[in-house]
Design a protein around this ligand. Structure first.
Ligand SMILES: Nc1ncnc2c1ncn2[C@@H]1O[C@H](COP(=O)(O)OP(=O)(O)OP(=O)(O)O)[C@@H](O)[C@H]1O
Ligand SMILES: [Mg+2]
Length: 259
């Protein structure tokens, strides 16, 4: 039983878990849990509403030259991949990545005052190792044989990702094709709570550089769209083997992120 109380800049969510009043027991378990959020979407919220209030403002900043990140965090099966990538059945179900690509390419086309170049990259972190989802060798090779993406830091403390390719995308269609290619390479498994659970953290990055004609300055910005793997109470889902190994890596890395 839940209720949402929307205030101007804050939303409150209250969840009520009724006590089990089985005869003969005194049960003082807490019944009401309250959480504060900047914004809460109710269960009926559609993808376009989520895009408009979450992703569009960030995409606008990225077009203005700032870096941005949007990520989905939550329990396995709660709808992260659906929110970030979307559902395959209906066009209206497309998620934040395709909508953002469409929006960004629309805006770039309208602006003739600058020359823009766009690239995308798609990184997967599976069991604590990084892989390039756009590597053409992905389809024919085993994961162990693929080069691992590693993090390097230069003297100016800029982070570089070795072995992660940047693919040029000059149109929405090209960028979408790269997204689909990457998605087919993701690690997916059936678990007790999600028939198509994504078992890795994935970062889809849109790199935009812009240059005004006659100017020597190039402005770079990046938008990271992140679909984290889901946290899981392994004691409750009772998984073993490969699924358990994955769940341990997932929970550990989410723990670091939370810290
Ligand atoms: N808003 C929604 N409307 C309709 N179906 C949804 C919605 N959100 C999620 N689903 C469906 O619920 C199921 C689980 O969602 P999803 O795979 O996105 O979860 P997840 O959070 O990515 O889980 P995991 O961490 O295991 O990858 C999917 O079948 C998805 O299509
Ligand atoms: Mg998922």
């Amino acid at each position: 039983i839940y209720s949402i109380d929307d205030e101007e800049t804050l939303s409150n969510l209250e969840i009520v878990v009724p006590r089990d009043l089985a005869d003969g027991f005194v049960n003082n378990k807490r019944e009401s849990y309250k959480f504060k959020f900047q914004k809460i979407f109710d269960q009926e919220a559609k993808q376009d509403v989520v895009f408009d209030s979450i992703a569009k403002p960030v995409a606008e900043c990225v077009l203005a030259g700032y870096n941005g990140t949007i990520f989905a965090y939550g329990q396995t099966g709660s709808g992260k991949t659906f929110t970030i990538t979307g559902g395959a059945e209906r066009y209206s179900d497309r998620g934040i990545i395709p909508r953002t690509l469409s929006y960004i390419f629309d805006q770039l086309q309208k602006d003739s005052s600058k020359v823009y170049t766009t690239h995308v990259s798609y990184l997967e972190i599976y069991n604590e190792c990084g892989y390039d989802l756009l590597d053409p060798r992905h389809e024919a090779s085993r994961l162990e044989d693929l080069p691992k993406v590693t993090i390097m830091e230069d003297p100016d403390q800029n982070i570089h990702l070795k072995n992660l390719s940047l693919q040029q995308a000059t149109s929405e269609e090209q960028a979408l094709n790269l997204l689909f290619l990457g998605d087919t390479n993701r690690m997916i498994a059936e678990t007790p709570v999600n028939q198509a659970s994504t078992r890795s953290h994935c970062i889809f990055t849109i790199h935009i550089s812009s240059k005004e004609p006659g100017s020597a300055t190039i402005r770079h910005s990046k938008l990271h769209l992140v679909d984290l793997a889901g946290s899981e109470r392994v004691a409750k889902t009772g998984v073993g083997g490969q699924l358990l190994t994955e769940a341990k890596y997932i929970n550990l890395s989410l723990h670091y992120l939370e810290q």
